[in-house]
Design a protein around this ligand. Structure first.
Ligand SMILES: C[S@@+](CC[C@H](N)C(=O)[O-])C[C@H]1O[C@@H](n2cnc3c(N)ncnc32)[C@H](O)[C@@H]1O
Length: 320
């Protein structure tokens, strides 16, 4: 195991950092893609592994990440570093279309500490702010539109599916009733409605009563699952044979997408199980490096409680 380097940035503690470095096994001179740059916590470590030679391509759809990138670049030594703002699946596809190949790709999914900790971004139920939750601040759909315009049934489905919220239906009903009188503008208004819609005994324990609904709205606003589904094949197009991909997810639905993708790519054959022999001729494209996802240690969770639900999977592209 590589030395523990959790505290690399004053702004953000990269999750499962030692494990990511070990699995991506970056060597000097390689090309690394950090598709979720955030505050650059992982990039700083992976850039260190490039040993002053090579290239790091940073992607993030949040324009605020550029400030962190500029800071990162100023201390990145002799490596080439570039920031591309955009949705990672689109950027990865564009890079592949331009014959840019990667030796290592990292996707550290979800929101960054900076997004959560800036109340004005509207991600947090803990601070009063405009209802927003867009990672890409130029995107059309914000939480405000979704909460004020989606049908009750759709809201309930979002809360159930992306938040596993037990009281999804009464909460959706309460939201629609209240917005008919006065549309939602602020996070605190929404958090209050959610709290009131949950039976009193259920309001206590398992975190803030609005936690699951806020998470669900964030996933829906940013189409987080659709983005992962599109990004994995795009990353495959960019990876060189022998190249490594690592994905950190924070939600069981995300992890399922990653698990199934790696499994299918590692199996190769797509013939139905009842076929006695393979007729499709498909060869495995990936070798799974983590049959079971890696989880943060108790010590890491103690230092960084946001790491608690993280799961890391990785694979290597087969070939010469
Ligand atoms: C968990 S943070 C990454 C933190 C980073 N690894 C670090 O150590 O600082 C996730 C970042 O990915 C970005 N992001 C999430 N989904 C994205 C997508 N579909 N396309 C581009 N960026 C995305 C978010 O804006 C956020 O900055």
């Amino acid at each position: 195991m590589l030395p523990n380097v959790l505290q690399t940035s004053a702004d953000h503690v990269p999750v499962l950092a030692d494990e990511v470095r070990e699995l991506l096994a970056v060597s000097p001179g390689e090309t690394v893609v950090d598709a979720t740059f955030g505050a650059g916590g992982h990039s700083r470590l992976l850039a260190g592994d490039l040993g002053g030679r090579g290239r790091l391509i940073a992607i993030d759809r949040d324009p605020a990440a550029r400030t962190f990138f500029d800071r990162f670049k100023a201390t990145a030594g002799g490596i080439q570093a570039r920031f591309l703002r955009g949705e990672f699946s689109l950027v990865l596809n564009q890079l592949a279309a331009n014959d840019v190949q990667a030796d290592a790709i990292l996707l550290d999914l979800g929101v960054s500490s900076m997004q959560l900790d800036r109340p004005e971004r509207g991600f947090s139920y803990a601070a009063d702010a405009p209802l927003d939750m867009r990672m890409d601040t130029s995107a059309d759909l914000s939480a405000r539109e979704l909460v004020n315009e989606a049908e009750e049934r759709e809201l309930a489905l979002i809360f159930k599916r992306f938040g596993e919220e037990r009281y999804a239906r009464p909460i959706a009903r309460a939201i629609v009733k209240r917005r008919d009188e006065r549309p939602y503008e602020r996070t605190s208004d929404l958090a209050d409605t959610i709290k009131q819609a949950i039976p009193t005994p259920a309001r206590f324990g398992d975190g803030h009563p609005a936690k699951r609904v806020f998470q669900a709205l964030r996933i829906a606003v940013n189409d987080e699952l659709g983005a992962v589904e599109a990004a994995l094949p795009a990353a495959m197009r960019m990876l060189r044979p022998g190249g490594r991909i690592a994905v950190i997810s924070f939600h069981s639905l995300e992890d399922r997408i990653v698990k199934q993708f790696i499994r299918e790519q590692a199996r190769g054959c797509t013939c139905p199980p009842e076929f006695p022999i393979c007729v499709c001729g498909n060869e495995p494209v990936l070798r799974d490096l983590t049959r079971k996802p890696l989880r943060p240690s108790a010590r890491e969770v103690e230092l960084n409680p946001r790491a608690a639900s993280a799961k890391l999977r990785a694979a290597v592209k087969v070939g010469d």
